[in-house]
Design a protein around this ligand. Sequence first.
Ligand code: HEC
Length: 123
Amino acid sequence: MSRSANRTLQITPLALLLAVATSSARAAPPTVEPLESGRAVYEHWCAPCHAAGPGHPGTQSLQVKYGGRIPPVLLDRTDLTPQLVAQFVRQGVLSMAPFRKTEITDAELAALAAYVARNHKAP
Ligand code: HEC
């Protein structure tokens, strides 16, 4: 065997290891747990106003605001980013009062925003 072939054989395991390490870091399993906890926060704080059907002021208000051009139900939307969701939650809008950190912590908000924006598609 030639010397250069020998060196290739020595390098390969390290290269493989690095490739596996970096690719597994990139392809980390989807973070199911935060989405689950985000769903719980949503069900508690948001669904009463944003669920589908009559009697939900958030859904009704968004129906009027967008005139049906986009879905009035938050969870059906594909345009909301986590940043936008978080901004509305902390600042409030119209009859939706801002949520304090004693109600929804920053960690809960991150999970909530990721959950509500889970269908976000880049334009
Ligand atoms: C008391 C009822 C109520 C609750 C509770 C509520 N919302 Fe709202 N939400 C509204 C109303 C009303 C609007 C205003 C719609 C408008 O601008 O016409 C709104 C607007 C929004 C918007 C802006 C959407 C847009 O395109 O303008 C987002 C995002 C939103 N709510 C997210 C949430 C989240 C997340 C929660 C839970 C933390 C939540 N809301 C809880 C009533 C509520």
